[in-house]
Design a protein around this ligand. Structure first.
Ligand SMILES: [Zn+2]
Ligand SMILES: [Zn+2]
Length: 160
C-alpha cells in the first residue's frame, strides 16, 4: 500500500510504501518517523491512518479534482459554442461524450482512503466495501478539533 501525506512535525510531504506491519513512515526533512503498529494494517488494508493514527478514514475515487473540473468546463464550453451556432445535435453529442468520459474514469479509477484528521492518502490498499464515504459531520468534528488545537498553542501559558 502506498501512503502519502504531510509530516505531522514539519509539514513536508512524506511518502512511504507499507507492505507489512514492520514498515516505518519516515520524514527525510526533519527525521520524524512513525512505525506501523501490528494492528494498523490487516491484509494490506489500513485499520487507521498510518500517518497520525486517526481511526476515521473516508473512501473516495482517486480522481484528480482539477481534471474533473476541467472536463466539466470543457464540455460546457464546447456545447455552448455548438448551441450558439445552432448545431443542436452536436451540442448534445458533446455533452454525452464528456459524460461518458466522466463515467469511464469513475469506473476505472481506483479508490483511495483519506484521513479526516491529517489528510493522508492510502493508495493501492486492499479495500472492502465497508469503508464509509465522506461524511461532512465527521469532517466538521475534525476541523473544530484542529482549530481548538491551534488556539491552545497560540495562547500563552496560564502560569505567567
Ligand atoms: Zn518532517
Ligand atoms: Zn491521519
Amino acid at each position: 500500500m502506498h501512503v502519502s501525506g504531510r509530516c505531522p512535525s514539519c509539514l513536508q510531504p512524506v511518502r512511504g510504501e507499507v507492505d507489512s506491519s514492520e514498515a516505518t513512515l519516515h520524514c527525510t526533512a526533519c527525521n520524524w518517523s512513525r512505525p506501523v503498529a501490528a494492528g494498523d494494517v490487516t491484509d494490506n488494508r489500513p485499520q487507521r491512518c498510518l500517518m497520525c493514527g486517526c481511526d476515521d478514514l473516508w473512501r473516495q475515487k482517486d480522481f484528480p479534482q482539477k481534471l474533473g473540473v476541467g472536463l466539466v468546463a470543457a464540455g460546457a464550453l464546447l456545447s455552448t459554442i455548438a448551441y450558439y451556432n445552432y448545431w443542436h445535435k452536436t451540442a448534445i453529442a458533446v455533452l454525452l461524450f464528456f459524460a461518458l468520459i466522466d463515467l469511464l474514469l469513475f469506473l476505472y479509477m481506483s479508490d483511495v482512503l483519506v484521513c479526516y484528521r491529517c489528510g493522508a492518502a492510502h493508495r493501492k490498499a486492499n479495500l472492502v466495501d465497508e469503508h464509509p464515504a465522506f461524511d461532512l459531520e465527521t469532517a466538521e468534528r475534525y476541523r473544530q478539533e484542529s482549530i481548538r488545537l491551534a488556539e491552545s498553542k497560540q495562547r500563552p501559558p496560564a502560569s505567567q
